[in-house]
Design a protein around this ligand. Structure first.
Ligand code: MN
Length: 320
């Protein structure tokens, strides 16, 4: 269950359903995310596996972290590592991650909070559960999304933004059947708190059983819907989708998703991450923690990292 909820969605601003003349986006592809391990061994689903970079553009990579209920001593994080050339977005739906970076940014990301880190020219960081959570165990569920930067912005100074859970813009659909948390970008003119170099929209939607959600989704953006939990259908032709699947939509001005009338016991509603961004349309050379335009720039990034030019681990660092 996501940490940020409301008792009565009907008090929220409503996003009107676009009228029938507004072109619905067709479903082009539905993929199933394979399971993997990240960092020091926390379980993830590789949400974008099997989708071409051209269709993801400006997004590059996304992991669903958990959902997992850790036993005491089990929670895991990442070691210190570098990034260059893009932005990382960490959205903690449930649980807590502690972050620290080489430019003095950091803090706790907990229960609905988002951290937006522009790696730009280079940064080192670490993300790990705080010691008390490692000791106690507990629920852990989040998203890490990589947003590309255009070549002109790959060399901007690194930047850190913490977005508190209560600052997400909350909206609903005409019948109150969906709760929309706008974290970045805008939906129907309602803007969320996240500020990005690359124009994107990021929304966490909870759709009640049997409810339908039709969102205006401007044509200049791409449209991706990832199913965090639950079962439903996508598009006018009702393609079935379930936990761990990604829907890639084609061109149009609105996107449509519906929640199945019955969800399984562990998942009361259909939980979706809805993403859209304006494609950058540049060559992408991505390897490990770097997302650049050319192989030469990738080689340079590794060289710069080994020479200490992406930053240094602070003296008061957390982790090991
Ligand atoms: Mn990282």
């Amino acid at each position: 269950m996501p940490a940020v909820t409301v008792e009565n969605t009907l008090v929220l601003p409503r996003v009107p359903e676009p009228d029938a003349a507004v072109e619905r986006r067709p479903v082009r592809q539905v993929t199933t995310a394979p399971a993997g391990l990240e960092g020091e061994g926390f379980p993830v689903r590789r949400a974008f596996a099997g989708v071409s970079l051209a269709d993801l553009d400006p997004f590059v990579h996304m992991d669903q972290m958990g959902e997992v209920e850790y036993a005491p001593g089990e929670p895991k994080g990442t070691p210190w590592h570098p990034h260059r050339g893009f932005e990382t977005v960490t959205y903690m739906i449930d649980g807590t991650f502690q972050h620290q970076d080489s430019i003095g940014g950091g803090g706790l990301i907990a229960n609905g909070a988002t951290q937006w880190m522009t790696a730009g020219a280079g940064i080192l960081h670490i993300e790990r559960p705080p010691d008390d959570l490692v000791a106690s165990g507990g629920l852990f569920h989040g998203i890490q999304l990589w947003v590309n930067l255009p070549s002109a912005d790959k060399w901007v100074p690194p930047r850190y933004q913490g977005i508190e859970p209560r600052t997400a813009t909350l909206l609903t659909t005409p019948d109150g059947g969906a709760l929309l948390r706008v974290i970045a970008g805008e939906v129907d003119g309602h803007a969320g708190p996240g500020v990005t170099h690359t124009p994107i929209a990021m929304v966490h939607a909870t759709v009640s059983p049997g409810a339908r959600m039709v969102l205006p989704w401007p044509r200049r953006r791409n449209a991706l819907v990832y199913v965090l939990a639950g079962a439903g259908s996508a598009g006018a032709d009702r393609r079935p989708v379930h936990t761990g699947q990604l829907v890639v939509y084609g061109a149009g001005d609105a996107l449509e998703v519906a929640a199945d009338a019955s969800q399984d016991g562990s998942t009361p509603s259909l939980e979706l991450l809805v993403l859209g961004g304006e494609p950058i349309r540049e060559p992408v050379a991505a390897y490990g923690p770097f997302v650049m335009n050319t192989k030469e720039e990738l080689a340079q990034a590794f060289e710069d990292f080994h020479a200490g030019r992406l930053g240094t681990i602070p003296a008061d660092h957390i982790g090991h």
